[in-house]
Design a protein. Structure first.
Length: 421
């Protein structure tokens, strides 16, 4: 493998020292102000931009196999690289569902052929994600990041209890989409003022937090590592906070769009529709407190691309989900760091180091680590134009927003996989 010398980079933070990073055989050899190249090394001028550890997204939808018209592993990982991500964990709502080795192997083969960055798939908790029969967790565990039925919750408490006992024995985390289906009642956005004013059926907060409460109780009983996906309500934050204080092995994520927006920002467009929905301003403030105080551990994009047609039908009829890989970092910097809600260092913890720790993922920019690095311009503002996205999905509530934190280059496993330098 080629040697790579990244020079003229701010190391670790916008106020970090100007220096270089030497990479050999996919690993960081040295990093610092005095680090020089070796003969024959490929050179990358960082242009005075900031070198940070490659980002990790624990929650993406790459759609392949089965829904390639929405996204492919090739297009999705190009978008990931352009967003500074060097590892993404792919949710199992694909076709076939990865609930046995033949189905999972089909996905793994496409990843090996087409992925530009590391892709770690989830296997499903239950067969076909139907909540009726457990998958063989022990057989699948060595090949997956964890287990999830994302897109739906596991309604049956008896089934979830059995799943947690089984998954606990593997040591892998259970990443749960918490949603009580009977409480959704055909809703399309949050059951709040915007929904009431415009006559939309609403999705109540209890549909999320009631299942968070149940799953924490079962995790406490079984010892299963529980990761709560896309937290959106203040009640969920408080339940996770209290569980952590009791020593429950529970972690949680939220997304940049929940930090930036609330239901008062909604417009009559499909790009504002996702599941869970944008909640109230109070929920948004609770999420900000939760990422600042450690109640929530990670920022995940919940990158959920759809076709233009599927997202063109307004709030009531459009498909749930927005694209996020290319905007997660600049959105968190703009709406999290710049207003002073979190420090720059905390942002890196939420998006790089803590996801690695929770899921046992390699990579970073310290000597000896697998060389996973992003070079980012945090100074120059840019206006979000979905037409420039490398993802096939173009729907985002950030369209037209001015952000800072444009990724200029991404190195994954020592290889330059994206550059606009």
């Amino acid at each position: 493998m080629k040697n790579l010398w990244i020079y003229n980079a701010r190391l670790g933070a916008p106020d970090g020292p100007l220096g270089s990073i030497l990479i050999s055989d996919g690993k960081v050899v040295a990093a610092g102000p005095e680090v020089g190249p070796v003969a024959g090394a490929e050179l990358l001028d960082a242009g005075g931009n900031v070198a940070i550890p490659g980002l990790v997204d624990l929650h993406v939808h790459l759609r392949e196999p089965g829904f390639e018209y929405k996204e492919t592993i090739a297009s999705g990982t190009r978008a990931a690289a352009a967003g500074g991500f060097t590892t993404v964990c792919a949710m199992p709502n694909i076709n076939p569902v990865p609930d046995d080795m033949p189905s999972l192997q089909r996905q793994l083969d496409i990843i090996a052929r087409d992925a530009l960055v590391e892709v770690l798939p989830y296997a499903s908790i239950t067969r076909k994600r139907m909540g009726q029969e457990l998958t063989d967790h022990a057989a699948l565990a060595p090949y997956v990041a964890g287990f999830s039925d994302d897109g739906t919750g596991v309604d049956s408490e008896e089934m979830m209890l059995a799943a947690m006992k089984s998954i606990a024995a593997t040591g892998r985390p259970l990443a749960e989409h918490c949603e009580v289906q009977e409480l959704v009642r055909g809703g399309c956005i949050h059951d709040g003022e915007f929904a009431h004013a415009h006559g939309y059926p609403g999705i109540c907060s209890e549909s999320e937090w009631r299942e968070v409460e149940r799953n924490i109780r079962l995790a406490e009983q079984t010892g299963c590592p529980l990761h709560i996906c896309h937290v959106s309500t203040k009640e969920s934050c408080e339940l996770i906070r209290q569980a952590k204080a009791r020593g429950v092995n529970v972690t949680g994520e939220t997304g940049a769009h929940y930090i930036a927006f609330c239901d008062a920002d909604m417009q009559e467009e499909g790009r504002f529709k996702m599941n869970p929905p944008l909640r109230t301003a109070d929920d948004r403030e609770a999420l900000i407190r939760a990422i600042a105080d450690g109640t929530l551990d990670c920022i995940a994009s919940d990158h959920a691309p759809h076709s233009a047609e599927e997202k063109s039908k307004g709030l009531k009829q459009s498909a749930m989900g927005v694209t996020g890989l290319e905007l997660s970092l600049p959105a968190m910097y703009t709406y999290g760091v710049l207003p002073g809600h979190i420090s720059f260092e905390r942002m890196i913890e939420l998006m790089a180091t803590t996801p690695r720790r929770i899921f046992g993922i390699q990579g970073g920019m310290q000597p000896g680590m697998r060389a996973d690095i992003a070079i980012v311009d945090f100074d120059t503002p840019f206006t979000v134009d979905p037409a420039t996205f490398l993802s096939q999905g173009k729907a985002t509530p950030f369209e037209g927003c001015e952000l800072r934190g444009k990724v200029r280059a991404t190195v994954c496993n020592g290889k330059l996989v994206y550059t606009s330098l």
